[in-house]
Design a protein around this ligand. Structure first.
Ligand SMILES: *[C@@H]1O[C@H](CO)[C@@H](O)[C@H](O)[C@H]1NC(C)=O
Ligand SMILES: *[C@@H]1O[C@H](CO)[C@@H](O)[C@H](O)[C@H]1NC(C)=O
Ligand SMILES: *[C@@H]1O[C@H](CO)[C@@H](O)[C@H](O)[C@H]1NC(C)=O
Ligand SMILES: *[C@@H]1O[C@H](CO)[C@@H](O)[C@H](O)[C@H]1NC(C)=O
Length: 450
């Protein structure tokens, strides 16, 4: 009898606990490495030339818009440069705005009405079938299978926005509205700032006399406020409502060329023209996003999501990760043309090119199917889609120079993200082996057995 290769389980997987202990060890080592070698190269230090000096809005003192800023290490920057001045950058982006051929062939989207959900409730096989978009012209499912419930006048003003748009959202009164700082003198007239809110958020603004209930359009400083009737969207999954403006910004603003998404917990402190110029245009990429401060592998983020109860359905997380492992998700390695698999997605800068729009649509579809934690499908979609995304994943130091982070509003009832955790244990692969992600985990630990 010839030799038959018998696959014996590596020792690693004979103990489930070991599977986990190793992961935590691995994570702590990474953390240590990160804090030792983190580079200190930043782009921004000071406000741009010619900044607007006055306040954009006079807040009532009761609102407390600057309370509870989170401390950062704010490491000083060794190399800092603002390469060109505000006026040159402004002219360059204006030229792009006026040139309709600059962005290239647009993506075409599937139409629908009155579907069971906003994203169409597509099966995994169906979603996967749109990843390879080499055939131009094929229609992509990208939300809007139900009406996005806003007023007509708001919709018209959004469609008028044809250059750079800055977008944020506050649902369920989770954050405060803060004004961007360091704006150049032509920025307010040429950049649209849109904040999507729900009635709970509007109630607080009304309580502080910052808006009048009688008016049809709301503005607070730089921000145009859009009232979204979220009860017509995802009423059982509140966080998904925030995902719509975050990932479908190119559909809400179909004529815009660039966008900056900013989580409402952040206050922008650098002019959006300078940001788009230095992080997207100058780098010649489709999209720029901050890197996670210490995770590089999707699985680390998934474990942390379960462990810190950032998502209640731990079994759902497990199914999601196994689905991705089975369909080609690999741990981060130096062959990937990106420095990490895990973003900190609080700040996303996009050129509305075909690749970015496709990426955003595909990612949105994953979020609807599994859960609104957008770091989890990030690397799977990015690595499996075609055409490839040119991506600038910038360093945490840059992020810290660009935005100030604040704590969310405190709530009596605790965070309203969903029902109580489904399983007593929050470990992802606690019971049996590491399942369909065995290969992933082995290669993540540098022990690939083929
Ligand atoms: C518009 O953009 C296209 C593609 O980048 C470029 O070839 C063309 O010269 C631009 N036209 C103007 C008027 O700038
Ligand atoms: C979505 O599709 C799944 C099957 O893929 C089905 O079980 C579920 O009921 C659907 N959801 C709705 C709201 O129809
Ligand atoms: C916001 O929209 C909701 C639902 O359409 C409506 O009931 C509410 O009055 C609106 N809020 C304001 C302040 O206009
Ligand atoms: C893990 O095992 C326990 C008992 O052996 C069982 O009650 C529980 O449902 C299992 N959990 C999962 C996720 O399989």
């Amino acid at each position: 009898m010839g030799k038959i290769a018998t696959f014996s389980k590596p020792l690693l997987f004979q103990s489930k606990l070991l599977c986990f202990s190793l992961l935590y060890l691995f994570t702590s080592i990474l953390l240590a490495v990160y804090f030792t070698f983190s580079a200190t190269k930043c782009i921004f230090r000071s406000s741009p030339f010619d900044p607007i000096q006055g306040p954009l809005f006079f807040y009532p003192s009761s609102y407390g818009e600057h309370k509870h800023a989170l401390p950062t290490t704010r490491s000083s920057c060794n190399s800092l440069f603002i390469s060109q001045d505000y006026w040159e950058i402004f002219d360059e982006i204006e030229k792009i705005r006026r040139n309709s051929t600059e962005i290239g062939a647009p993506l075409r989207y599937m139409q629908g009405n009155n579907a069971v959900s906003f994203g169409g409730n597509l099966s995994f096989q169906k979603r996967l079938s749109y990843f390879d978009h080499l055939e131009n012209g094929i229609e992509i499912p990208c939300g809007f299978f139900k009406r996005f419930p806003i007023s007509t006048s708001d919709r018209i003003s959004m469609e008028k926005c044809d250059g750079l748009v800055v977008v944020s959202a506050i649902f369920n009164d989770h954050d405060k509205i803060r004004q961007p700082k360091g704006l150049g003198s032509k920025t307010l007239d040429n950049v649209c700032f849109f904040m999507f809110v729900d009635d709970a958020t509007l109630n607080r603004l009304h309580f502080h006399n910052m808006i009048s209930r009688r008016s049809k359009e709301f503005k607070i400083g730089a921000w145009r406020i859009i009232n979204v009737s979220i009860d017509q969207l995802y009423d059982d999954n509140a966080a998904m409502n925030g995902v719509i403006p975050k990932y479908l910004v190119h559909r809400l603003f179909p004529n815009s060329k660039y966008s900056i998404w900013i989580d409402a917990k952040l206050q922008l402190v650098v002019d959006p023209f300078l940001l788009v110029h230095s992080l997207v245009l100058k780098e010649n990429v489709d999209m720029a996003i901050s890197r996670h401060p210490f995770f590089v592998h999707t699985m680390e983020e998934a474990m942390a999501t379960g462990r810190w109860k950032k998502w209640w359905d731990v079994n759902g997380l497990k199914i999601q990760m196994e689905t991705y492992c089975e369909n080609g998700l690999q741990p981060w390695n130096s062959d990937k043309p990106y420095p990490s698999d895990v973003p900190d997605s609080a700040l996303i800068l996009r050129k509305h090119s075909l690749a970015t729009n496709l990426f955003s649509c595909l990612l949105f579809n994953e979020l609807e199917a599994f859960n609104p934690r957008d770091q989890l499908p990030f690397a799977f979609v990015r690595d499996q889609m075609n055409p490839k995304l040119n991506l600038n994943m910038f360093e945490v130091e840059v992020f810290e120079q660009v935005a100030i982070e604040y704590r969310h509003n405190l709530k009596q009832g605790g965070p309203n993200v969903g029902p109580k955790t489904k399983m007593a244990s929050s470990d992802l692969f606690v019971n049996r082996s590491c399942g369909k992600c065995e290969g992933y985990l082995l290669s993540m630990w540098g022990e690939s057995h083929d």
